[in-house]
Write a protein that binds this ligand. Structure first.
Ligand SMILES: [Zn+2]
Length: 251
């Protein structure tokens, strides 16, 4: 997520390490750690005033507000729900949907032109039965984000089979969805290593908080990595070498 907020990779990695290290120490469940870290990253992004910079300057994604970038990255890359994003942003799910739609329309718009997506106008043969099309958060977007309430899905699927107007609306929304999808920064294979480091940070913080969750070898490795232990062991080796030398000498 920090990659969505800081275009510059080194800065992004540094901020995510710092934030995750601090939040992981709170000892929250993994889900809450993720949400708290994202909220903290977002606050920091607003303080830093992150925008299009460095390698991200050509990607219009970085011209969106930090909130909009978190929403789109959350939806397209992490497949987060509106509810989770709402908790992170301190908004309602409806506000998250509106933020997502305006950000998506912005990304596909040509400068100087207002991009509108065709939708059911009420003049179709089945229009009276068509789902209500809210221009600020259309049902087509809700459907593609897999946020359509369970109880409405059978109606919608059946309706789409019968109504060409709504099929057309959904098809237009799909074009928006996939055009936006291609603009979302992805985790490259070289960055998988960074993700592994972040996972270690969380595991280690959990271990510091609760040593019982560590295996013997994990504890042993952390023990060996401690600076004071390394100094002590070096001194021990020197003493052993001196003793061995003295025992081996004729005096
Ligand atoms: Zn319809």
């Amino acid at each position: 997520m920090s990659q969505a907020l800081w275009a510059e990779p080194a800065r992004s990695q540094q901020v995510s390490l710092e934030t995750l290290s601090a939040v992981a120490l709170l000892g929250l469940p993994d889900d809450r750690t993720l949400e708290r870290s994202t909220s903290a990253l977002l606050q920091r992004a607003y303080r830093d005033g992150t925008g299009a910079a460095g390698p991200g300057i050509r990607n219009s994604f970085y011209r969106l507000s930090p909130e909009e970038r978190v929403v789109l990255s959350g939806l397209h890359q992490a497949r987060w729900s509106y509810a989770r994003l709402a908790r992170i942003l301190g908004k309602t799910s409806a506000q998250v949907a509106e933020l997502a739609w305006s950000a998506r329309l912005y990304l596909i718009s040509v400068p100087g032109q207002q991009r509108s997506v065709p939708h059911p106008t009420g003049s179709g043969r089945n229009a009276i039965h068509c789902p209500e099309y809210e221009p600020k958060r259309p049902w087509t977007q809700t459907f593609l984000d897999e946020e359509t309430p369970l109880r409405d899905r059978p109606f919608l699927q059946e309706h789409l089979l019968a109504c060409a107007t709504c099929r057309q609306a959904l098809s237009s929304c799909k074009q928006v969805y996939y055009a936006v999808d291609s603009l979302i920064p992805r985790i490259e294979s070289r960055e998988q290593e960074q993700v592994r480091v972040l996972q270690q940070v969380v595991r280690r913080s959990n271990g510091v908080r609760d040593p019982l969750t560590l295996s013997f070898w994990q504890s042993f490795r952390i023990f060996l990595e401690r600076g004071d232990i390394q100094v002590f062991m070096t001194l021990g080796v020197v003493v052993l070498l001196v003793l061995a030398h003295r025992l081996g000498s004729p005096f």
